[in-house]
Design a binder for this molecule. Structure first.
Ligand code: GUN
Length: 286
């Protein structure tokens, strides 16, 4: 059986079109959703992500402000900038592009962004809200994955979801969101023994390790749903995922490609969170 490919790019486009209309309505009420992105240093991958965020913001009508700072920026300077943005009424979302230079404490930065503007959903308060099943800003990549599953009516409840990777940005929160949807969740990581054993039991397999073709079709269960979060640059300069697409496609029932898979959904959920924040800040319901 060859899997159906879930193109996140298509879902992202239709969600962005809906958001565009929603933002038009908000603008008529005098509400302009505002996002400020802070980029430190000149890592090419980070620059390219940030550019994608700027373009998508413009498309849906979110006012996006990019602040670029040199590698030499001190932690103190960054924290004071965040505090300024926390107090700016027209800013509804603050995103500091990760990773940060080594001399800046990432966790301190995350905790300085007020939870009310934490559109990444990385603040411990928002993580706690997610863990206790409350509504909040959910981390964008995990939230996008849930949307992709739902867009194909893929049943999550009662299914065994196996997550490969335990990062704070993807692995841990996607497991939590799947648990909130009543999946049974297993986390695998670099210290897991006999990982194949778990991969083989996965109804939903989420791979987020950042290693080119870490998984191939061999151990994937027939009919599994395979979500590839990896974005790796090949020797030839093209992008590829953590899953060897062609062999995995033969086993899976659904599979996401790289590119055009999860990536576009991450940015889309960031816009969703920013619009949600603008509505909350202005007392607009739903
Ligand atoms: N770097 C890679 N992914 C992300 C993300 O989702 N948010 C932020 N702030 N930085 C990232």
């Amino acid at each position: 059986m060859a899997a159906e490919v879930i193109y996140g790019s298509e879902l992202a486009q239709s969600m962005r079109d809906e958001m565009k209309n929603e933002v038009l309505d908000l603008r008529e009420k005098g509400i302009i959703p505002g996002l400020t992105v802070i980029l430190i240093g000149d890592d090419p991958a980070s620059k390219s992500y940030v550019l994608g965020k700027q373009r998508a913001s413009e498309y849906v009508g979110v006012e996006s402000d990019l602040i670029t700072l040199p590698d030499s920026t001190s932690e103190e300077e960054l924290l004071s900038l965040i505090n300024e943005l926390n107090n700016k009424e027209e800013v509804h979302g603050i995103l500091v592009q990760l990773p940060l230079p080594a001399h800046i404490n990432e966790q301190k930065v995350i905790e300085t962004i007020t939870p009310e503007k934490d559109v990444d959903g990385f603040h411990p308060i928002n993580i706690g809200r997610m863990m206790t099943g409350k509504d909040t800003f959910f981390p964008c990549t995990p939230y996008g994955i849930i949307q992709m599953l739902k867009s194909k009516d893929i049943k999550i409840e009662g299914k065994h979801a196996v997550i490969i990777g335990r990062s704070n940005i993807v692995g841990k929160p996607v497991g939590q969101l799947l648990l909130n949807e009543n999946a049974t969740v297993t986390y695998c990581h670099s210290r897991t023994n006999d990982m194949e054993k778990y991969i083989n039991q996965a109804d939903i397999l989420i791979v987020a390790v950042g290693m080119e073709h870490f998984i191939n079709g061999d151990y994937i269960k027939d009919g599994a749903v395979v979500i590839d979060v990896g974005v790796n640059r090949t020797k030839e300069g093209t992008l590829t995922g953590d899953v060897e697409f062609e062999s995995a496609k033969e086993k899976a029932s659904f599979i996401t490609p790289v590119p055009k898979g999860v990536g576009p959904m991450t940015i889309t959920m960031l816009l969703h969170n920013t619009i949600k924040s603008a509505k909350i800040h202005n007392g607009v319901n739903s």
